[in-house]
Design a protein around this ligand. Structure first.
Ligand code: ADP
Ligand code: F6P
Length: 337
């Protein structure tokens, strides 16, 4: 027989227990987001909770685009790119008024736990909602790998493999024609895709958005030297943040006399069926988000560090800084001889 204190504790736990979990995807989409949504839904249902899907990120939340999700609604999606919930960017969510409205809508729909899948902009929205009393857990979903508190983000593995395979194909034709090829990969502010492709595709030059003021004259001289060394092509991986690939190709061709072509990979890097790694990590993170909400946690972001799934306070996560790994960048340069 439970004593009075135990009974009170049990009652408190029932009161505090999360009953309905909402899930949304926000910001740029990333392969593996569907695997995360599926995991949130199935894990929550298995724990006896109700699940609501919010369409079109914070924009849809403010428009009350809220649907009930059953186990069958997330059938056949683990292997699909994109996000079945759609995603959006929403200026209103950046305002205090918008945030208060969003919190009130969560309350109206009984959403007492919210899983936000997106990048650090989306985390800021989740943080604001947590401060307004909605329990939130954020999952890192971006192909850019630019979230400081984690070594892994949902979608990067698929995107980097998609880009790598495309660059291999460009390389074949570049070698046949003995050309210089500039391949532009995504990454407006972060060069992780560029760096990884630079190493994986054996590029002669990697241009990172973190190093905007690269020396084009030195690059031109290196292309000429490379030709003298007997190499049959010169691959430049250029990050979107530097951009200007088409004009860069014209300038290089004019200065070197070597035929130069630019290929901009663009949004194909954000689509496609997620890799095994993205499916498994995203599924684990989705389930963990539900478990954390059930433990009464809020304002947390899940990460993966040193072989372990971890979680951080969102405020702390947003204050962390991430820099390009210097050693990898250095060795990438030394391979290009
Ligand atoms: P990502 O989540 O991929 O970094 P964005 O930076 O575009 O993408 O952010 C996604 C959305 O998150 C924004 O459109 C906005 O609705 C919301 N958001 C971004 N920053 C904030 C903020 N400081 N406060 C509240 N919401 C924000
Ligand atoms: O998903 C991340 C990212 O690809 C960035 O590298 C890029 O700058 C941005 O999204 C572009 O997104 P959109 O075309 O949707 O504005």
């Amino acid at each position: 027989m439970a004593n009075k204190a135990d009974k009170e504790k049990m009652l408190e736990e029932i009161e505090d227990r999360v009953r309905t979990i909402g899930v949304l995807t926000s910001g740029g989409d990333a392969p593996g987001m569907n695997a995360a949504i599926r995991a949130v839904v199935r894990r929550a249902l298995a724990k006896g909770l109700k699940v609501r899907g919010i369409r079109r990120g914070y924009h849809g939340l403010l428009k009350e685009e809220i649907i009930d999700l059953t186990a069958r609604d997330v059938s056949d999606i683990i292997q699909r790119g994109g996000t079945i919930l759609q995603t959006a960017r929403c200026q209103t969510m950046r305002t205090e008024e918008g945030q208060q409205k969003a919190a009130a809508i969560c309350k109206k729909y009984g959403i007492d736990g919210l899983v936000v899948i997106g990048g650090d902009g989306s985390f800021a929205g989740a943080q604001k909602l947590a401060n307004l009393g909605v329990n939130t857990i954020a999952l890192p979903g971006t192909i850019d790998l630019d979230i400081a508190c984690t070594d892994y983000t949902i979608g990067f593995d698929t995107a980097v493999n998609t880009a790598m395979e495309a660059i291999d194909k460009v390389r074949d034709t570049s070698t046949s024609h003995e050309r210089c090829s500039i391949i532009e990969v995504m990454g407006r502010d972060a060069g992780y895709l560029a760096l990884w492709c630079g190493i994986a595709n054996g590029a002669e030059k990697i241009l990172l958005p973190e190093e905007k003021d690269y020396d084009e004259q030195a690059l031109i001289e290196d292309i000429l030297e490379n030709k003298k060394r007997g190499k049959k092509n010169y691959i430049i991986i250029n990050a979107e943040g530097i951009g200007d690939s088409i004009n860069m190709a014209k300038r290089i061709e004019e200065a070197t006399g070597i035929e130069t072509r630019a290929t901009i990979l663009g949004h194909m890097q954000r689509g496609g069926s997620p890799t095994c790694k993205d499916r498994v990590y995203a599924s684990t993170m989705g389930a963990l988000a539900v478990d954390l909400l059930c433990e009464g946690k809020s304002n947390r972001v899940i990460g993966y560090q040193d072989g372990k799934y971890v979680d951080f306070d969102i405020d702390q996560a947003l204050s962390m800084k991430k820099t390009i790994p210097e050693y990898q960048y250095k060795i990438a340069k030394s391979f290009a001889i």
